[in-house]
Design a protein around this ligand. Structure first.
Ligand SMILES: [Zn+2]
Length: 119
């Protein structure tokens, strides 16, 4: 499953952040998922719950998924438009010929760490 590969990449990167900052635990990981990627957020969420249990620094943490809208640039008239809301068609001229200019990425935006309580 595609999502698991991405998740192991996330675990790897968060693990490095944890190590570099001398932390022992993170509270949440925020990822951005473009609408134009083939990533299914539900799979990502379910996978995270399973995987995060295997790593001490992730145990009990939360995966926060933020969606980035897929934006198309019409090759016919040059209009920029949200692809999903317009079902892939340019709202100005009705053309299906477009370039996807945003929403194609998957990346970690933030690793959230609460203040570590002592004692
Ligand atoms: Zn157009």
């Amino acid at each position: 499953m595609h999502e698991l590969t991405l998740l192991y990449g996330v675990v790897d990167k968060v693990g490095k952040v944890v190590e570099e900052n001398g932390l022992d635990h993170v509270d949440a990981v925020v990822v951005e998922v473009g609408e134009a990627t083939s990533v299914i957020p539900e799979f990502l969420q379910d996978g995270y719950e399973v995987i995060s249990d295997d790593y001490e620094f992730l145990r009990g943490s939360e995966l926060i998924i933020e969606r980035i809208k897929a934006i198309g640039l019409c090759r016919n008239c040059g209009t920029e438009f949200p692809i999903v809301a317009n079902r892939g068609l340019c709202p100005e001229c009705g053309s299906f010929d477009k370039e996807i200019i945003d929403g194609t990425d998957f990346f970690i935006r933030e690793v959230r760490i609460m203040e570590q309580q002592k004692g």
